[in-house]
Design a protein around this ligand. Structure first.
Ligand SMILES: [Zn+2]
Length: 503
């Protein structure tokens, strides 16, 4: 059942009226402003999660034993659930803030297990030319929708309640973001979407990409927001980059762009413009507090300082960087205050805001945060598992900015009710002081039992409450075969950046 914006009406729960629920919430100390706002932007459901160990914040870690009362899409109260509110037993569980994936490519979901018949790629550029820039050209409307459904479900079932996506489908640009938003709305997943503008497929597609972002930004949706998407400096002309900056300014949003993922981006910027990538993007007006920069692997100290000073957020994609052998992002070191010889933190002018993304390798942020931690320890960038929880909290702040919800990612009265209930029975004592250790060394997406987005139970006992998961999987398997056949007919992409070839 779709409304004018393609949103699926959420199921109504049995229970007291919204008015009664809000009155009960007020009794328990609800934030009145949050409850009032909720009445216009969320379903009027109420629910109490009872008896769990509640992690109300990841940065700093806060843990309490309490019931969580949800009303009108928001956290109404933390405490004892008032009578009359439908209750869900959460004893022996951890109630956690929903995770945010700060950089995803939902369109890559059907590539899992995809056959590869060309010569093996020798570097990152050849991975793009021979895999991803062939896959994106094979995507039509059905594949885009199916990819969003399977990848969105994968994220939700892992306890990820918001996905910040970066989309490409050069032969299906117009309306592609609506297709993704409609699919995610069916699942009940929150998202921040954009279309990656690029010149690698010609000027008309670059213009269509800008137009698709602008069109999507003009639409109002309950669970989706937009950013301005741009691929990367090395596939963007000066004119197209300027068009992206203008469009972002016109809609008061930030630009979501890959930055120095590989050395090729830097070689091209220096050969074409005589400056590094970050300097080029800064001069063009890309940087700023609303910007989201993915990767930032090949950046030097002045660039790290410029990114940090601009307030731009950075999406660190540890697994993807390892898989593509592009290197380790030094931004993750800047994100944690380094320790001096006496063990005290060294003051830094301003630390970069670093969150985690998967770059398309699924939507499981628990696993991503664990592997990112191990890689950071290996690189000398992290000394405590709390490092990972701080990065996850940053992801929620980035998403919260897009939604005008500064409390997103916290379980506190007035915050959007985006939560995960994990059936994690700790084998050792669990407290505020050691939650990060339990998270990094013990927690798993396998523990995710329930997921709540904007107050609605969208995953219950490990299954979607909204869609037929078996049917989606069967349709995806059929569409994957068709997609792989189309892809077989597409040759490697000829686009090559300027500058020194990457070996
Ligand atoms: Zn990416």
């Amino acid at each position: 059942m779709n409304d004018a914006h393609g949103e699926v009406s959420p199921p109504r729960q049995a229970g007291p009226s919204a008015g009664a629920a809000q009155a009960g919430a007020a009794q328990a100390g609800a934030a009145q402003a949050g409850a009032a706002q909720a009445s216009v932007d969320a379903p009027a459901t109420s629910l109490a999660l009872c008896g769990g160990t509640v992690v109300t914040s990841l940065d700093p870690v806060r843990v309490v034993q309490a019931d969580v009362v949800i009303a009108g899409g928001r956290i109404a109260a933390i405490g004892e659930a008032p009578p009359g509110v439908p209750r869900r037993d959460c004893s022996q569980t951890l109630v956690l803030p929903g995770n945010v994936c700060a950089h995803h490519h939902l369109y890559s979901a059907l590539s899992r297990g995809m056959p590869y018949r060309l010569a093996p790629p020798r570097n990152f550029l050849e991975i793009l030319q021979r895999v991803w820039w062939r896959l994106d050209r094979a995507l039509g409307q059905t594949a885009v929708r199916t990819s969003a459904l399977v990848a969105g479900l994968d994220a939700l079932r892992a306890g990820t309640t918001t996905v910040i996506d970066h989309h490409a489908s050069p032969n299906f640009i117009d309306g592609s973001l609506d297709v993704i938003a409609d699919a995610l709305a069916e699942l009940g997943l929150r998202s921040v979407l954009c279309y990656e503008v690029t010149d690698r497929d010609g000027a008309s597609r670059a213009e269509a990409g800008v137009a698709e972002n602008r069109r999507f930004l003009s639409r109002k949706r309950r669970l989706a927001r937009g950013m301005m998407g741009a691929h990367a400096s090395f596939t963007l002309s000066g004119e197209t980059l300027a068009a992206c900056v203008d469009a972002a300014a016109a809609d008061s949003v930030g630009i979501h762009i890959h930055v120095a993922e590989d050395g090729a981006d830097q070689y091209d910027a220096k050969a074409s413009y005589g400056v590094g990538v970050v300097e080029r993007l800064g001069a063009a007006g890309v940087l700023g507090e609303a910007a989201l920069l993915a990767h930032c692997v090949h950046v030097g100290e002045p660039e790290i300082a410029a990114i940090a000073a601009s307030g731009a957020a950075v999406a660190h994609n540890a697994r993807s960087n390892m898989n593509n052998r592009v290197g380790y992002s030094p931004l993750t070191r800047a994100g944690s205050a380094p320790l001096g010889s006496d063990g005290s933190p060294v003051p830094t002018p301003r630390a970069a805001r670093v969150a985690f993304g998967t770059d398309g390798i699924g939507g499981d942020m628990i696993t991503e945060s664990q592997l990112a931690y191990f890689r950071a320890v290996e690189a000398g960038a992290a000394t405590s598992p709390a490092w990972s929880l701080e990065r996850l909290a940053e992801g929620a702040r980035i998403a919260g900015r897009s939604f005008g919800e500064p409390l997103l990612g916290q379980i506190t009265p007035g915050a959007p009710a985006d939560l995960t209930v994990a059936g994690y029975g700790p084998p050792t004592p669990l407290s505020e002081a050691n939650l990060a250790g339990h998270w990094v060394f013990g927690l798993s997406a396998q523990h995710v039992r329930d997921v709540i987005v904007a107050g609605e139970l969208v995953i219950a006992d490990g299954r979607s409450t909204r869609v037929d998961e078996t049917k989606i999987a069967e349709e995806a398997a059929r569409e994957a075969v068709r997609l792989w056949a189309r892809l077989d007919e597409i040759p490697p992409h000829p686009f090559t950046p300027k500058g020194r070839p990457v070996s």
